[in-house]
Design a protein around this ligand. Sequence first.
Ligand SMILES: *Cc1c(COP(=O)(O)O)cnc(C)c1O
Length: 356
Amino acid sequence: MKKHNFSAGPCILPPSVLQQASQALLNFDDLNLSLIEISHRSKNFVAVMDEAQNLAKELLNIPAGYSVLFLQGGASLQFVMAPFNLMKQEGGKAAYLNTGTWSTKAIKEAKRLGEVVEVASSKDRNFSYIPKGYSIPSDADFFHYTSNNTIFGTSVKATPQTNTLLVCDMSSDIFSREINVADFDLIYAGAQKNMGPAGATMVIVKDEILGKSGRDIPAYLDYQIHIDKDSMFNTPPVFSVYVSMLTLRWLKEKGGVAAIAKENEAKADLLYQEIDRNPLFEGTAAVEDRSFMNACFLPKEGANTDLFDEMWKAAGINGLNGHRSVGGYRASMYNALPIESVQVLVDVMQEFEERS
Ligand SMILES: *Cc1c(COP(=O)(O)O)cnc(C)c1O
């Protein structure tokens, strides 16, 4: 039987998607060729890229004036690309909210290109909360934040208000909840958390913000070049784009983002209720900032973690170990994780309490 997969990333994908992807690896579109051995410029693959972009536009209600790209290099390359395209060559300045490991890395890259103002940081309490009430300098070229902190299990619930350009790393919560794309100027997300296999990064960019940095941008780092070439400037990650497209089709069939958001909320409620009820565990994130995607929790002092580890493994659960910077446990509940898997985890936590 398939495991209950709580892995933080790469992570669970819908079984029907894995089935179709396996088939396409052997024989794609009845071509008697594999998906990964045909030209990315063949009409069959161009149709995949078009459908992936169109599904993203439809599922997120992306308004006119935005482009959707599928690039390589992960979110980590976006840490560089975003400031390269948006931070002015002369007197460039960007504002960042520091809410964890990924924000910290994004800040480090931006600092290579100009002045970075860290408007607030939650490092003082190991990134267990989202800072609020900070102010964003109005002369910054853009403001950047991470909407969901995969490692620390926090998320930014309200879209920040700013008169600067707004840039967001949505790697671990894109397509998990409704967003108003018009509030943003640039959104990026590595595929491997909620969309597909590692290898593709989705970028949603407002066309009119480009071409104003005054920088000589290396070709691969230039969003405009990728827009002009329709994500085919160089060979795209064909397998990752294909599987992402299948996952977006699956999401559409399930009723889209609004429907999955309800399920995600129900899954998170179920688990957090147990974390709060069970005397052997405690959640690490501030309650109002808790992520619906990644729930982090610690065993209370004296809890027999060897027994708990044995029990969840025996129940067919995978990927529950916390990240080393938090410790304890982290349950990642991405779109494809069924609520039944969360119930299995809750049952194990209750049985653990009884046996302790
Ligand atoms: C995983 C993750 C990243 C890093 O993504 P890569 O694709 O490995 O570069 C960045 N930001 C967030 C929020 C993540 O969850």
